[in-house]
Write a protein that binds this ligand. Structure first.
Ligand code: ZN
Length: 373
């Protein structure tokens, strides 16, 4: 009798096929997630203003309650898994004198990467595909007139001059989350922008990425796997409110950089003099980048010594820490990341906050006006 042979071969083939199919599931799902053309309106309705806020309301408070960043725990765990899988693969390859264990180890890592990408999309990344702010708000004109940009630069300098002494006298919270006015401002702006429940703000958390932030001149980032704010350890006190509000806007699902700066800026403007000063420092910076050299000189000439010293302190902080080669490489990687997430402008999208601010229509309380549904 030979019943054993065909049956067991059949079982082996079926199990092998099942295993291969199971192993391919995550990479196939990840590929579909990357390439599938999702309608922005559906992402807006089902994810950005429904499923995502519900998730954020659980994860961010959890991270806020932990002394260390979830990102750091994940980084250490991921590094350990990669090392163990690779070392095991190499050891087995040596023992069996075959490259198959190494190929298998790489396959396992590929499944891990695919799983991480799906996690990224479902936790936060899909926000890149929501309806853009320019389509959800009432906008005037195609682009701001050069004169309007110059005027915004003058306004920024004027605001900095007017707010400097009071802001410095009041001082800045170590943690912007402890600034009640700023938190309320963030909530009000969110309510003006969408019907989604307002996001929970995050504490500025130290991270093992701190030195990398210093070398590459990154002020902060949102951990898309743990919905928390990671901050550069060298931020100056007057930089913190705006950096926090910008990252909170990311936590609120505004993935685009210009949209996050727009939300962060307007949130700070509803805060006290110290938060407003922080926001105008950023806006001054952004507008100057959009002006001609001549215009820049005119605006800079109107700046009082106080704000000038603060801006110089920021430049000195960046220069002290930066590692130009790594900084350029880091920003190039981020540019590619943004483009891969369908932000066609890449890192240039930061400067678009000036356009957004000058084109958006505001009501008398300086609230952006939504388009009719
Ligand atoms: Zn950002």
């Amino acid at each position: 009798m030979w019943p054993g042979a065909p049956v067991s071969a059949g079982v082996v083939i079926t199990t092998g096929f099942r295993r291969a199919a199971l192993a391919a599931t995550l990479p196939v799902l990840a590929l579909a997630g990357a390439l599938a053309p999702l309608p922005p309106l559906a992402v807006e309705q089902w994810f950005s203003t429904a499923a995502y806020p519900a998730l954020q309301h659980v994860i961010t408070p959890l991270s806020n309650s932990l002394p260390i960043a979830i990102f750091d725990i994940l980084c250490v765990a991921a590094t350990m898994v990669v090392v163990v899988v690779l070392v095991r693969g190499v050891r087995r390859a040596r023992r069996d004198r075959s490259v198959r264990p190494i190929a298998r180890a790489l396959g396992v890592l590929l499944i891990g990467v695919a799983g991480a990408y799906i996690w990224f999309l479902l936790f936060w990344g899909l926000n890149y595909r929501r309806v853009p702010m320019t389509e959800r708000l009432r906008m005037d004109g195609a682009g701001p007139a050069p004169a309007a940009v110059l005027q915004l630069g003058r306004d920024a300098a004027g605001q900095l001059n007017a707010l400097h002494d009071e802001a410095h006298a009041i001082g800045w919270h170590e943690q912007p989350i402890d600034d009640g006015m700023l938190r309320r401002g963030f909530e009000e702006i969110q309510r003006a922008l969408s019907d989604a429940p307002p996001a929970v703000p995050g504490r500025l958390k130290p991270t093992i990425l701190g030195p990398y932030f210093r070398w590459t001149s990154v002020d902060g980032m949102v951990n898309p796997f743990g919905l928390e704010v990671l901050a550069n350890p060298d931020l100056l006190p007057f930089e913190r409110p705006f950096v926090a509000a910008h990252e909170w806007a990311h936590l609120a699902g505004y993935a685009d950089e210009s949209e996050a700066s727009f939300v962060g800026f307007l949130s700070c403007l509803r805060g006290g003099p110290a938060a407003r000063y922080s926001a105008w420092l950023l806006m001054y910076w952004q507008v100057m980048a959009e002006l001609t050299q001549e215009e820049r000189a005119t605006v800079a000439a109107t700046l009082a010594p106080g704000p000038r010293a603060d801006l110089e302190a920021i430049v000195a902080r960046l220069r002290r820490g930066e590692w130009p080669l790594l900084r350029n490489a880091g920003w190039q990687v981020y540019d590619q990341y943004l483009k891969a997430n369908r932000v066609e402008e890449g890192v240039r999208s930061y400067g678009l906050v000036v356009t957004l601010l000058l084109r958006a229509r505001f009501d008398p309380r300086w609230m952006p006006v939504r388009r009719d549904p």
